[in-house]
Design a protein around this ligand. Structure first.
Ligand code: 4NP
Length: 161
C-alpha cells in the first residue's frame, strides 16, 4: 500500500473489553508485518457508560499475556468519527445497528461500516461475543477471535491497493 494511512476505528458497546483489544491486536499485527505506518487505529464505544476509563483489567491481562499493552481510555463514538475514519469496524450486530442509526441521524460521514467477524475465516457466528459478564476464559476466546479477524482485515486492506 502507499499514500495516506488508512484510518480504522474499532467499535463495541463500552470501549473497555472488545474494541481496545481489537485495536491493540491490529496494531501489533501491523507492526509484526512492518506496515504499522500505513494505518491509524483507534477505538470507541457506542455507549458512554465507561468513558474515561482504561481497558477492563481482564482485557488488559489477556493482552499482556500475549505481549500487547493497552494504553487508551474509553470514549464514545462522535459524529466526527464518521468523517475522520475510512473504516469503522463493529464488534457485533447491535453495535452496527447503533452506528448506522447514529449516522442516519447525523446525516454524516462516508466511513465504511464493516463487521469484525466478516474477516474471521470460518466464523459461524457473526458477532464477537461480549465477554463482560463472563469469566476470564471468555476473554481468551475473544482474543483468539480478534487475532484471526484482525489478521484477515489486514490481508483485505493490503489487497485493496
Ligand atoms: P465491550 O464490553 O462492549 O466489549 O467494552 C462491555 C462493557 C461494558 C458493558 C457491556 C459490555 N456494560 O454493560 O457496562
Amino acid at each position: 500500500m502507499s499514500g495516506a494511512p488508512v484510518s480504522v476505528l474499532f467499535v463495541c458497546l463500552g470501549n473497555i473489553c472488545r474494541s481496545p483489544l481489537a485495536e491493540g491486536i491490529f496494531a501489533a499485527l501491523a507492526k509484526e508485518r512492518g506496515v504499522e505506518g500505513e494505518f491509524h487505529v483507534d477505538s470507541a464505544g457506542t455507549a458512554a457508560y465507561h468513558s474515561g476509563e482504561p481497558a477492563d483489567s481482564r482485557s488488559a491481562a489477556v493482552a499482556a499475556d500475549h505481549g500487547i499493552g493497552l494504553t487508551g481510555f474509553a470514549r464514545q463514538v462522535t459524529p466526527r468519527d464518521f468523517e475522520r475514519f475510512d473504516i469503522i469496524v463493529a464488534m457485533d450486530r447491535s453495535n452496527r445497528r447503533s452506528l448506522e442509526r447514529l449516522r442516519r441521524r447525523l446525516r454524516g460521514g462516508l466511513a465504511e461500516i464493516v463487521m469484525m467477524r466478516d474477516y474471521d475465516p470460518g466464523a459461524r457466528d457473526p458477532d464477537v461475543p461480549d465477554p463482560y459478564y463472563g469469566g476470564p476464559g471468555g476473554f481468551e476466546r475473544v482474543f483468539r477471535i480478534l487475532e484471526r479477524a484482525c489478521s484477515g482485515l489486514l490481508d483485505e486492506l493490503a489487497d485493496r491497493d
